[in-house]
Ligand binder design. Structure first.
Ligand SMILES: NC(=O)c1ccc[n+]([C@@H]2O[C@H](COP(=O)([O-])OP(=O)(O)OC[C@H]3O[C@@H](n4cnc5c(N)ncnc54)[C@H](O)[C@@H]3O)[C@@H](O)[C@H]2O)c1
Ligand SMILES: [Zn+2]
Length: 345
């Protein structure tokens, strides 16, 4: 999956799928920075490459339709394959468009962001944002293969690198104190590539293991939602305000607030928060939100697809590092306290 030889990985991926036509999907940034690396191997005619606008605000039904229309115009069939070249946005929407086109054609993810390397590229969750809610329409559909090549990270903006690092933090928190220490010791200023590769591999193992045990999120996979109940609400609000926050930043703030709730409700040691807080002060910065937005955020959380009751919000919280507890039903008062704390940092 993680390769140093992109050329061979692409050849192998294509050889595995009996296909009549190959198409590539990029966004406006990956078209510039990543497509040339892929085209060295694929050498597809220009008309077989389709490009959508970058950014989560474009993960919409309208964009899905654009992809479907492109596939129809090119006479794609169920034996065709769509190669998504991009981060989680391209993969989520490309995966959805491919797996619903003519009841499903194959797709491959060529991951180009850190976040997608360790998270979004595999696991089979596809979809788009709808009705003001993150990923509210979608389906589980596994990619035929996933290619992770760290060469793509060379052009990734620093902010996007941090966005991915937050999901690595989540994996470490649900995995073990050892993984957490390893990650927190990583020097984000010098960004040693060998060390990073090891950390990425470990992070991939955490997610892959969980997804293999529970591919359709009946139970264990919900541990991966840590940080995401508050995180998704922050992200949705930022999109609505026209100042989109990178997904991982929202997750980082969500992790902090949900750890605060975990200390209160499950007795998590507050040392864990203390260990993670320097990341806020040194790298992520404080969230640009105020206590005035708390009720709007809570309202968004009540519409989260993870909820099972109407009066409480469903969270994954931490009893200890390495011990996540799913299906924690929390009331508005507890959530308000956590958000007030987060915004007062
Ligand atoms: N399906 C899943 O399991 C899953 C898991 C986590 C996140 N997600 C989804 O993934 C998305 C976030 O993923 P993301 O952080 O990869 O965002 P993204 O795909 O929007 O990429 C972030 C930005 O980086 C640019 N970019 C990508 N690769 C680049 C490169 N190599 N060089 C220069 N620029 C590059 C993109 O154009 C974009 O502007 C969200 O939509 C989130 O909901 C899905
Ligand atoms: Zn996420």
């Amino acid at each position: 999956m993680l390769t140093h030889d992109l050329d061979m990985a692409l050849r192998d991926a294509v050889a595995l799928i009996p296909t009549d036509q190959i198409f590539v999907l990029t966004d406006s940034n990956t078209r510039v920075h990543c497509l040339p690396l892929v085209q060295t191997t694929l050498r597809l005619p220009e008309q077989q490459v389709f490009t959508i606008e970058a950014g989560d605000a474009n993960k919409t039904l309208n964009t899905v339709e654009q992809i479907w229309r492109f596939l129809f115009s090119m006479h794609a069939t169920r034996r065709s394959v769509l190669i998504n070249v991009g981060g989680g946005m391209v993969e989520d929407i490309g995966g959805f468009a491919a797996s619903t086109y003519m009841r499903g054609m194959s797709y491959v993810n060529v991951s180009t962001t850190l976040l997608s390397d360790i998270d979004a590229a595999y696991g089979g969750k596809t979809g788009f944002n709808y009705n003001g809610l993150k990923n509210s329409i979608g389906l589980f559909a596994q990619p035929k293969s996933v290619i992770i090549c760290l060469d793509f990270l060379k052009t990734l903006p620093a902010e996007q690198f941090l966005s991915g690092f937050a999901e690595m933090l989540k994996h470490a928190l649900i995995s073990s104190p050892l993984e957490l220490n390893r990650l927190l010791e990583y020097d984000l200023n010098s960004r040693d590539t060998n060390e990073l590769e090891t950390l990425i591999q470990r992070s991939i193992v955490v997610k892959s293991y969980i997804v293999e045990q529970d591919p359709e999120e009946a139970g264990m996979r919900k541990t991966l939602n840590l940080g995401h109940t508050i995180g998704h609400a922050l992200e949705q609000m930022s999109i609505k305000q026209g100042r989109p926050m990178p997904h991982g930043y929202a997750v980082f703030y969500g992790l902090l607030a949900e750890m605060y709730m975990s200390v209160r409700l499950l007795g998590l040691s507050d040392n864990v928060i203390r260990e993670c807080l320097p990341l806020l002060y040194d790298y992520y910065g404080k969230p640009e939100c105020s206590c005035k937005q708390v009720s709007e955020l809570i309202d968004l959380m009540h519409h989260d697809k993870k909820n099972t009751t109407t009066d409480k919000v469903n969270f994954t919280l931490l009893q200890a590092v390495g011990n996540a507890r799913i299906n924690q039903q929390c009331d508005d008062k507890t959530i308000t306290e956590a958000l007030d704390w987060l915004f007062s940092l």
